[in-house]
Design a protein around this ligand. Sequence first.
Ligand SMILES: [Zn+2]
Length: 114
Amino acid sequence: MLPPERTPRQRIMELLTGTRLTTHQLAQMLAIPERQVEDHLVHVVKSITRDKTSRFVLEPSRCQDCDFVFRDRRRLTRPSRCPHCRSEGIAAPRYGIDSVGPQAGQVDSKASGK
Ligand SMILES: [Zn+2]
């Protein structure tokens, strides 16, 4: 039997699970153009939204000059400039997938610091 071929979307989901990456980083890891990563991401988000065991996390873009955060921005691509200070030094949004296992919902009660 042939080993199962992973689609770029499956690989993106694997790469994003438990971490946060920019589309640029994903493009490098998958050796595909960033534009294609963005295209795949749209579909990844859709399947994650349907999947009760995972949650898609988006860390919004942020202006590196004035710290303006693009919270309302729904699009996955990076804004070209800051509406606040007009800076083009915008940090790319980062994406990640958190798994929400069957045990999820439990609050870690051991989280008290030492
Ligand atoms: Zn700014």
